[in-house]
Design a protein around this ligand. Sequence first.
Ligand code: NA7
Length: 663
Amino acid sequence: MAGMEMATRARRVRLTAWAPGHTARRRRAEQRSPAWSEVAAGRRRRQPAETAEPPPLGASRSSRRRSACCIGSCLPTLSFGSCVERAGCSIRRAASHGRMTCTGRTKGMSQVMAKVMTSREAGPAAEGTAFDALVIGAGFAGLYQLLCLRDRLGLSARVLEAGGGVGGTWYWNRYPGARCDSESHSYSYYFSDELLRDWNWSERYPQQPEILRYLNHVADRFDLRRDIQLNTRVAEAHYDSADNRWHVRTETGERYTATFLITAVGCLSSANIPDIPGLDQFAGDWYHTGGWPHEGVDFAGKRVGQIGTGSTGIQAVPVIASTAEHLTVFQRTANYSIPARNAPLTEEFKRWAKANAAGIRATMRSNTNGHPFVIENRSAFDVSDAERDAIYEAAWAKGGLQFRASFRDLLTDKAANDTAAAFLREKIRQVVQDPDKAGILAAIDHPFATKRPPIDSGYFEAFNRDNVSLVDLRRTPIECITPNGIRTTDGIEHPLDIIVFATGFDAMTGALLNIDIRGRDGLPLRQAWEAGPRTYLGLQVAGFPNLFTITGPGSPSVLCNMPVAIEQHVEWIADCIAHMRARGLTRIEAKPDAVGSWVEHVNEAASATLLPQAGHSWYLGANVPGKPRVFMPYAGGMARYREICAGVVARGYEGFALERFPG
Ligand code: NA7
């Protein structure tokens, strides 16, 4: 899993200034606005933190492994909408898409978490309880939103969370090797200096258990649990214009109402399990990485097949390979990856990060991708070939997402991108000893970083092990799953005891559309988004009053270090509600023309980059059969987006209709 980000800045990119109701033509005429051009051009502003170089992160590379202890197995039912508990895991087939969703609830976990819940978390409220605000999800976003609404605004608020604990993504994603791709000192809330001082990360890139501990620490430190109701999956949320309230029903039939409904459901939380024929016949165990059994999985002596080589698969391969008898990796699309160079943090670095928290915060908030590093303001062609190679070598040696910050035009100029792509392909060939495997792994068909760029800890090296084989699904696609393994179109049956689906998510819209959300006049969100998501700023949808979508489609979200994007949205929403309450306003709704204008701008921002060139990316919804192909995140950069949102507020919530109810 990852913090998610990208670097889309380049001096040559000139996105037009945006304001609600502006047409592209009008905006072209306004292009020269100096106020916006600096941001759009991606020129960074010097921040205090940038002046001080951080000390070394750590001396040695960490090769920690997760311990695995027992087997939880899960098999699907074939009936839509049903839920079957078998050997610990519950699998739910999402009727809407006809795909499987592994909720990953295991018996062991349920027992443990039920114990925790009864002692600390909120139980179901009385039937029909009315709140000022309901928040769906208790991950990074939901926790902070609760804190803002309850403790800063004094609202009655409740979080409804499907999981048996807080943590969201980090509660569910417990697959081998799961760790964050953002550096730990940036993968933190920055709203509280005390919290920053309290918490100590142990590694450059924290593992899932450590991040989960952090989020539990936050829940305790701010006494959030008493307003979080766990094991509560929201089934429907209907807006009623007669009382201006959202009427929410949970899967277990509890009903609540609220003036404001805020979704904090995560961008990558609805599992994408491909509909491969024969899965129900498979005699072994299978798992999706996003619903991993909490007891772990013991791979010892097992023949494991892993489908998927995205960020998740790339993290999992070396760890599974280290314990499995044999690992067969089924690769459909070859991927770039940069070494993470993970290591324990030095005491010196920890001290530096705490002492420079204000500067780090300022840097993250002022740049394009929400990360604490600076994107170099030079083109890949400002330097000689030898200098460029030296820069890439240094970035490779340093490791991590910062590789993409080597030049400002890597995501906007294909020729510049080609230089990085060639360097990285060559690295694969150097690392992987078997030329056949190296050829398959290096046959990458999209520009560098146009799909989510992974970082790894020994991914390509794992293919040098005798117990790791590689199947090129471009040459021989999967035909079916048999009781004994996976059969490819060349007639070969790859014998397996366990299948790991590292096949990603129905990103950005899946978790929202899995809830039956209806706005004015019963309009289903699914219908409103039939041709792809349409939002205003990724925050609101026309026809759905008082519904806010944290890191919704149309906001920077997955193209940014997530906590930065989340904090900005949560605070914007809290400020908006405070503004309304101060004026006796009770309804806010995005205007349709503002939505139309924003959608146009989101498309324009994506087109100014190379991102749409990866035609099979989940940014476009291309990983899910039948999903509309729409570039979903806002690629104009986090800093620019922050300014747009602030401008909207400064102009009296331009593009939103605010009113008092009843009028
Ligand atoms: P991704 O990035 O969507 O990767 C999923 C992988 O699974 C990718 O290699 C896919 O190949 C592959 N896949 C998906 N469906 C199939 C089928 N039917 N057959 C073969 N291979 C398939 O998901 P991740 O979980 O790795 O990462 C998601 C984000 O989570 C990541 O960006 C981090 O930010 C955290 P494809 O490329 O589609 O050909």
